[in-house]
Ligand binder design. Structure first.
Ligand code: GAR
Length: 222
């Protein structure tokens, strides 16, 4: 890997996770740099965030393609122009084919707003509230071909309060997301985090089925 890990970030919307990665990448000792930001939707806030940080940003609008495969072919061609060490899905809301995933095998990450393997897919916070769960949170994981799956690197957890709504809970979980995603990309960039066999390893130690579990109260110790 190069001195600094080169990262391409894929987004679909607001890009608040992208912003946390941009902020982390701007520290003087940051082990990664963001080579490009690519959105599948035009005119989203995340693209403006990239421009404001002086990062190349482009849109590959999936609605202009007749098939998922055709969209992914152009997306992959664009990503590969930057020869990234790592591809980071930050609120990228497209299902990916197994072929696309295998192209970036063991070097692509996703963040998902639930305690995986609970609640892959959409409406995660509503589902956690409806189920009467005591905990919610977010998971960063290596990407495998299954939706919102692959060896987890970290899981940030927070209590669901009795009067929580989707809005209040998602705001608190987003704060966790903004702490854990840059940390995982930093670990990977420093060569501390790898996907070996079926598990994510941090400093040579296999992480459990949920990755490293961090409670909100301890998040500053990361
Ligand atoms: C985040 O909550 C992220 O976890 C979620 O989309 C949101 C994007 O917010 N991703 C998924 O649901 C992926 N399955 P952002 O654009 O402000 O970073």
């Amino acid at each position: 890997m190069a001195t600094q890990c080169s990262v391409v970030v894929l987004i679909s919307g607001s890009g608040s996770n992208l912003q946390s990665l941009i902020d982390a990448s701007q520290h003087s000792d940051a082990p990664f740099k963001i080579a490009a930001v690519i959105s599948n939707r035009p005119n989203v806030k995340g693209l403006s965030r990239a421009s404001a940080a002086g990062i190349t940003s482009q849109c590959v609008d999936h609605t202009e393609y007749a098939s998922r495969e055709a969209f992914e072919a152009d997306l992959a061609a664009l990503i590969d122009q930057y020869q990234p060490d790592c591809v980071v899905l930050a609120g990228f809301m497209r299902i990916l084919t197994a072929s696309f995933v295998s192209r970036y095998e063991r070097r692509m990450f996703n963040i998902h707003p639930s305690l995986l393997p609970k609640y892959p897919g959409l409406n995660t916070h509503q589902r956690a509230i409806d189920a009467g769960d005591q905990l919610a949170g977010a998971t960063v994981h290596f990407v495998s071909a299954e939706l919102d799956a692959g060896p987890p690197a970290i899981q940030g957890q927070i209590a669901i309060e009795p009067n929580d709504t989707v809005d209040s809970l998602s705001k608190r979980v987003l704060k966790i997301e903004h702490k854990i995603y840059p940390k995982v990309i930093e670990w990977f960039s420093r060569g501390r985090l790898v996907w070996q066999d079926d598990a994510a390893l941090l400093d040579g130690t296999p992480l459990g089925a949920q990755g490293k579990i961090v409670a909100w109260e301890d998040i500053s110790t990361l």
